[in-house]
Design a protein around this ligand. Sequence first.
Ligand SMILES: Nc1ncnc2c1ncn2[C@@H]1O[C@H](COP(=O)(O)OP(=O)(O)O)[C@@H](O)[C@H]1O
Ligand SMILES: [Mg+2]
Length: 281
Amino acid sequence: MEKVSEIVSVFRDTFFVGKFTNTERLVNRMIHTNSLTKKYDNGFVAVNDLNIQVQKGDIYGYLGPNGAGKTTTIRMLNGLLQPTRGEVLIGNRKVADHLVEIRKMIGVLPESHGYYNWMSGREYLTLFAKLYGYDKSKLKNRVDEVLTWVGMIEKAHIPIGQYSRGMKQRIGLAKTIIHEPELIFLDEPTLGLDPQGQKDIQNIILQLNKEKGVTVFITSHLLKDISEICNRVAIVSQGNLIEENSLVGLLEKYKSLSETGEVTLEDIFFYLTQSKEVKSQ
Ligand SMILES: Nc1ncnc2c1ncn2[C@@H]1O[C@H](COP(=O)(O)OP(=O)(O)O)[C@@H](O)[C@H]1O
Ligand SMILES: [Mg+2]
């Protein structure tokens, strides 16, 4: 597997994020949260005062261990869960006030999702394309297009119940992008996949971003996993944002953690969470 530093050097040239002026940041803003907080009914604060900005064209990695509040955050970002406090803006519109329009421009791949196992991949995608209003003349083309994107065109006739987990995730991704959203939310899309399956999903996401300009908000509890395709990452722990930066900036900022300068996100995570515990003692 290529080293993060090699991939980073490719992305340094590809992405211009980080060089925006303040006005450009506003124009290019895709997601913006103000003090976003979720306290569940039992009193547990799963997300605490979150302020993040995702720019158009980002692959934004929202990384943290199990229980960090990633799924809670993603559900608030796409309007499925009401925040206790704070707000989410997508584009420059408040999600709470513009749910219908926003749903059309976003795609969501939830952490766990049910498939209709008796349907073939093609039938499943055709169903969603119809729900999104594609008429007969465009329907087959669009379904073929997304099946090709996710590398499933040859397996499209097989019932989903017979697919491997990796194939199901590809079909899940295809469903997420069927209506040509500008922004997609992927909650742990590589969970439970073998290394090849993880790479395949990463490559599809990269291609969508580079060739179709789709902005991606992606979570993972494995810090290393998807960070390699992200240009910007947030590290979260116990409901709190503990660091947010471009991947390049983060690795540079903490390079002194390793004598060789080859610092990993895991090193940074452990350093930040440990030093926080020490500070709070
Ligand atoms: N409906 C709920 N009621 C109470 N606590 C919840 C609920 N849903 C999630 N939690 C808790 O909130 C925390 C964050 O959960 P979650 O957002 O699923 O984290 P992650 O996706 O990072 O694993 C966990 O401790 C979880 O147990
Ligand atoms: Mg989760």
